[in-house]
Design a protein around this ligand. Structure first.
Ligand code: IPE
Ligand code: IPE
Ligand code: MG
Length: 253
């Protein structure tokens, strides 16, 4: 295999298909995928990483600029310790196995979420992957890990409250932009689409602020089954939606 075999080749999107600037994904259903096959839940998470790899490749090829994936929520600590440890181990393994490919593909990585509860090795890994990809100019891969939308807003509020207490800004000068720049996603456009797999139809504390006007798309497949066909169906659904942002219907030609 030549060294550039892993480089994702951009392709022409099928005519008329709208490509989101920012696609966010709630990768759900790993456990059910495994259980349906008589396997351990952890095997579902392993397959989930393969689906993530496919998703990153598809997003690059179709010209998505920001891809956010929900990989561990601040509520997922409620799971058995063994499963939590396994998911943490998978993040280590994903970085170890895929960092070189991400760099070759010019991908910038940002890992969003709380740092409390993460061990120092994981924090070093996060800092390292962000630093090693910071200068890349291609797609941004945002991994929501130990992430919760409410927690993100609490952190942002604290940051702003400190700036107010220090006299750096006046309360009446706080705008939506002030809050946006205090979020983990500072500088990232809001997601055009939030897709959730596995048939569940809820947000589960994902991108609460940023998702205010996202198109919600629910697909029945479990995350490990996510394929290029599913991806194209998501793009077709998105293309068929009429986004009004509170205005009135406009149909683009
Ligand atoms: C998504 O799959 C991955 C994580 C939440 C870490 P699940 O593990 O939630 O799978 P189900 O929903 O139990 O099938
Ligand atoms: C949301 O899935 C979090 C991730 C996909 C990482 P969950 O499986 O944790 O969500 P609930 O508990 O079904 O709402
Ligand atoms: Mg789930």
């Amino acid at each position: 295999m030549s060294t550039d075999a892993a480089i994702a080749q951009p392709l022409e999107a099928p005519a008329g298909l709208k490509i989101p600037r920012h696609l966010a994904v709630i990768m759900d259903g790993n456990g059910r995928w495994a259980q349906a096959r008589g396997k351990q839940r952890t095997e579902g998470h392993v397959e989930g990483v393969k689906a993530l790899r496919r998703m990153v490749d598809l997003a690059i090829r179709y010209g998505v600029q920001h891809l956010t994936v929900f990989s561990f929520s601040s509520e997922n600590w409620r799971r058995p310790r063994d499963e939590v440890n396994f998911i943490f181990g998978l993040l280590h393994r994903f970085v170890a196995s895929d960092l070189a490919t991400l760099i070759r593909n010019n991908v910038r990585v940002r890992i969003i979420g709380g740092r409390e509860g993460l061990d120092s090795a994981l924090i070093r890994l996060i800092d390292d992957v962000q630093a090693k990809t910071a200068a890349n100019t291609g797609m941004e891969l945002i991994v929501a890990f130990n992430y919760g939308g409410k927690g993100e807003l609490v952190e942002a509020t604290r940051r702003i409250a400190k700036a107010v207490a220090a006299g750096q800004i006046a309360p009446e000068d706080i705008t939506e932009a002030t809050i946006e720049s205090a979020l983990y996603t500072d500088g990232v456009p809001d997601p055009d689409i939030i897709v959730r797999t596995s048939g569940e139809q809820r947000v589960s504390n994902f991108l609460l602020w940023q998702g205010a006007y996202s198109e919600l798309i629910f697909v029945d497949e479990n995350w490990p089954d996510f394929s290029e066909g599913t991806f194209l169906k998501v793009l077709e659904t998105y293309t068929s939606r009429n986004r009004r942002f509170g205005g009135i219907e406009t149909r683009s030609s």
